[in-house]
Design a protein around this ligand. Sequence first.
Ligand code: NI
Length: 255
Amino acid sequence: MYIDTHCHLDDEKFSDVKEEVNKYLAAGVDTVINAGYNLASSENGKKLSEKFTSVYFAVGFHPSDSAYYDDIAEKRLIELAAEKKCVAIGEIGLDYHWDYDKTIQKEIFERQLYLAYKAGLPFCIHSREATKDTLDILKSNKKYIERGGVMHCFSGSKETCAEYLDLGLYIAFGGVVTFKNSVNVKEAAAFTPTDRILTETDSPYMSPEPKRGRVNSPENVAIVCDYLSALKNADKTDFAEQVKNNAKRLFVKLK
Ligand code: NI
């Protein structure tokens, strides 16, 4: 019933992935997408997708790893993108919270947007404290974003959300929307049309209330999704179905 469109199942915090998979299946989560953040995690996503029916994967370099992106890595990403269960390029984007070189981040972000375009896949964007540059890059690459994409772990305002929606993007909400002090994000979620909403965990990070502070798991996407359905005054099951359909519309290789 539920879908986690962004998790890191290959993270070392998940010492027993099989147990984790069984846990989320039991919680009604039938589909997850493992997001890549460098070449190794992209390869790990592929391996997990071969082992578990419920696992799909995305490949790409997170902005924090953009200095390691080179032609050899790119060539391999293109091969991985052609795999049956690779549904997106991601996570890619900009992160200005830390001191990673901004010029390199922007260059690698654009290169991977182009890669998504060439592969005919949507993309998954990580944008932290970099809204203006993220929007500028998306707007100046309009031709290359036509396959669509998702703003992962959206934690901005309603106004920022509106700009991404105008570009045709989907908005993925995770644990942050459940935090008591995330008034902005709740507003953004209420504002986002239901047919443009996706759910995710970003696990092992970002546990939702009431599990905040603990290791997050894909099973908790049920909490996020139910929270959003209440916010939208929608039936839990109907809402989860709608989100699943949204995901299938964007990630065309999802079965
Ligand atoms: Ni992530």
